[in-house]
Design a protein around this ligand. Structure first.
Ligand SMILES: [Zn+2]
Ligand SMILES: [Zn+2]
Length: 112
């Protein structure tokens, strides 16, 4: 059965699990922003354990989020730590974010 992302409901194509994406993110953080590695490691990569799921093409783990949503989560985390790191992250991973939307969302989180 086709797997839809738990967050955005897009089909999960070229599935890579949070753990494998996380290790890519961690190797990018290593050196420059090593202090953020534990934060990224602590992220909850598994959305839920029900319904159909895709298997990671790298390690075979189950996947509930598409990589776009996973990166978005990482970027929010980095943005809260330092907006400059989040911008650097998105250009490095060539991942387009609507930064205005993100800024709005993050400031909402901060206010609450
Ligand atoms: Zn998604
Ligand atoms: Zn994996």
């Amino acid at each position: 059965m086709e797997k839809k992302c738990e967050v955005c409901s897009e089909s999960v194509t070229n599935p890579i699990c949070g753990e494998c994406l996380s290790s890519a993110v961690r190797s990018w953080l290593r050196g420059r922003y090593s202090w953020l590695i534990p934060e990224v490691s602590a992220m909850n990569n598994n959305a839920s354990a029900k319904g159909p799921y895709a298997e990671c093409v790298i390690c075979g783990s189950r996947i509930d989020l598409c990589s776009g949503c996973y990166y978005e989560e990482v970027q929010k985390l980095l943005y809260r730590a330092d907006p400059n790191i989040a911008h650097e992250f998105s250009s490095f991973f060539n991942f387009e974010m609507q930064n205005l939307k993100l800024e709005k969302e993050v400031s909402k989180v901060v206010v609450v």
